[in-house]
Ligand binder design. Structure first.
Ligand SMILES: [Zn+2]
Length: 146
């Protein structure tokens, strides 16, 4: 369960915003670099995925939780869809400018991009979404029962 700021504390909300703004550019670049390498955004020592298309429950090195509450990764899916749409648009515009493909071939190429890119970007969209959450709120540690 994610820690929520108290509902009645306006000062607490301000403190939370100040903490977020204190994240320096160095930390942001470091976290994004870890996400690019599909490593834990908190420590960078362990991979996020144990198997293809399967996020680990928690980091094996530092213990932060990767598998969050239900619906957490809807944002990752949305980022993947958005990136795919932008790429399809770029491919379409570049092919209009640089090639003489007829409409049928262009639609086929865009269809192939629309099918393959979301699969290729799947891991990184989840990794960047997790990294974004780490930068904004910080990932919670695994609760150990012993
Ligand atoms: Zn870690």
């Amino acid at each position: 369960m994610r820690a929520q700021p108290p509902a009645t504390a306006g000062a607490s909300d301000k403190d939370h915003a100040v903490r977020i703004m204190k994240r320096g550019p160095r930390r942001i670049v470091l976290t994004l670099g870890r996400c690019l390498k599909l490593r834990c955004p908190a420590c960078g020592r362990a991979p996020i995925f144990g198997r293809p298309f399967n996020v680990k429950v928690h980091c094996t090195a530092c213990g932060v939780v990767f598998k969050r509450e239900e619906g957490f990764f809807v944002g990752a899916i949305m980022a993947n869809v958005g990136a795919t749409e932008v790429l399809i648009l770029l491919v379409y515009l570049l092919s209009l400018l640089l090639t003489n493909l007829n409409e049928q071939k262009m639609l086929t190429a865009l269809f192939v991009v629309g099918l393959t890119f979301p699969l290729a970007f799947y891991h990184h969209s989840w990794s960047f979404w997790l990294g974004l959450d780490h930068l904004i709120e910080g990932l919670s540690r695994e609760e150990r029962s012993q």
